[in-house]
Design a protein around this ligand. Sequence first.
Ligand code: PLP
Length: 398
Amino acid sequence: MSDDERELRPATQVVHAGERMPAPAGAPTATPVYATTTFTYATMREMDEVFAGAREGHVYTRHGNPTVDALEEAVRALEGGRRSVAFASGMAALHGALVACELRPGTSVLASQDLYGATATLLAEVFAPFGVKTETCDFGDAERLRALARELRPRVLIAETISNPLLRVCDVEQTAAVAREAGARLVVDNTFATPLLCRPLRHGADFVVHSATKFLGGHGDATGGLVVAREEEDGARLYRAMKLAGGILGVWEAHEILRGIKTLAVRLECQCENARLLAERLAGHERVARVHYPTLEQRELAARVLGGQMGGALVTLELKEATREAAFRFMDALRLCVRSTSLGDVFTGVLHPATASHRELAPERRRALGITDGVVRVSVGLEDIRDIVTDIVRALEA
Ligand code: PLP
């Protein structure tokens, strides 16, 4: 304590004592959590220069924070883009990416019919009232996609690398070519694939989006989202969308997600192998009408887009008895696998899309997409595959 501080009264001391110690002599080996909303400088001139962008630094955590910066840099490097921006959730990230595409009244979006339910609802309920029209089609039908893009001249094409919940692989390169020809931006939600299976920017996408709540975090304890832009100007628009709408990622979540990313490669390899084994084991099961798994159903496309043997860590089952009661009975009979409304965690989680991820879609629309009441999505975890198989097979037969 300095002599000055010794003269301060206790009420002042409790507010200020111990603050702003010199930076430690050794650099921390793990990224520190900068739990602070503001940053101060020795002079107002320095602060002004930081505000003006003439000097490196932080002033206010909504504008940027070193812990969040570290996560943004990690995901930017993994996806190979120019700039990355973190958001409070995957939905906030999708919203930010769409705002950065400069959607205006009278512009349109051409969306894959297989989008996550909330993404479709975001377009229908948040963007449509501002005059942004959305058309959907099967992006697997290249002719139809090209024809619609020529006709609509959309500002944005949006798809998922591996779709939720039917695990359809998007031919990102082909879709990017259609987008370029139509003068549109391509936004790819890479949540299911992760940058370890696919780097959509390298296939020509303009923005790649993640719900970091899933595989990047991986432990079911942090909600967040990230967007990476291929070009600097798009990155600048993205940053402004984050800063002005304010859906920022908290520092604690940034820390958890950053820590999760460190084990992504080993987690994903094990989870993908477990998923492949589970898909193969369930393929001929008498209670299962169909098993969706990219390398089982779309071998050539999966190998091309996902760049190797791995088909992702999700397996989707269609029960022969395609009713909500049968699906609930099966899910309730599970003892190990967790009934959980997420994916990409270290544990095996099961979800009923018709009543969870795609609940807000009209039943006719769900049926048209093939998301019947008998569809159950399994996010395969790190447990011993023999225990996962035993639990699922026993529950199917219950
Ligand atoms: N994108 C996909 C493919 C998802 O599955 C989800 C959530 O399940 C989201 C985005 C939204 O992520 P969050 O829940 O972090 O907002």
